[in-house]
Ligand binder design. Sequence first.
Ligand code: FMN
Length: 265
Amino acid sequence: MEIPYARWHAAVTPRRSRRQYDSTPLRPEEISRLREVCREFRPFSAARADLVTESPDRILRGAVGPYGKVKGAPALIAFTGNMEDPYVQEELGYTGEAIVLEATAMGLATCWVGGFFRSKVAASVVGIARNEKVLAVTPVGRAVERPTREEVLMTGLGRNHRRKPLAELASGLERERWPRWVEVALEAARISPSAINRQPWRFNVEPESVTVSVDSTRINLGISKRLDCGIAMLHIEVAALDCGVRGKWDFLEAPLVARFTVGSG
Ligand SMILES: Cc1cc2nc3c(=O)[nH]c(=O)nc-3n(C[C@H](O)[C@H](O)[C@H](O)COP(=O)(O)O)c2cc1C
């Protein structure tokens, strides 16, 4: 499937993690569109997404993360990876964020949940192969219109949505010399979601490329920072495409993650 870059780029800014839903079931046309994107957007054979419309609460029950419970979701999407692939984390982040941006474009709310869900229950619902694991899920549905008191308090009165400035995240070519696509792409990456909003991505800019790396290779909460980086990689690519710039990703060894090079796609 070709990336619908204008639609997904437009979803980057309005997307926010929402944890409390109004239980309204997804409409049949929403289910079929989400299923279609899960099926068609499979750029890597080791990463896939599956929509689950039956009792997502069983998977999310007890999902008390640092930011409170996820409640009332009518459906969820499970993100499954083949753990034998060395780049499974970044591939899954990239693939999963595509579904998240599509859901956002459809007016639906989401929230990546990486650490506090029942992975084995999710695995039994979606069915996994021997080498696979459900690494993350997201509820999907209509969020309650105004964040509840609990949601506002648990997200630190909005603090957990704040981001570091690009000056802290980027190195390499001086900013005055960045091509416009780099400015737009790194802004899209800067506002990516990441576990506990840790913003582990770093960006090295060269005239024709952006290299993504992690701030440290330590794993916290059992969620790989390379998964966060995969999410930022998709944001970089949809923004670049929206600026008319096509490129290609090459995966790299830790602490580097991947390099996006213009024109070699
Ligand atoms: C890989 C990943 C795992 C996450 N896991 C959880 C989680 O277990 N529980 C939770 O409430 N939020 C989780 N989040 C959501 C982050 O807390 C959220 O993205 C971050 O605070 C930034 O806020 P925003 O998404 O509203 O921009 C996760 C996000 C990512 C990307």
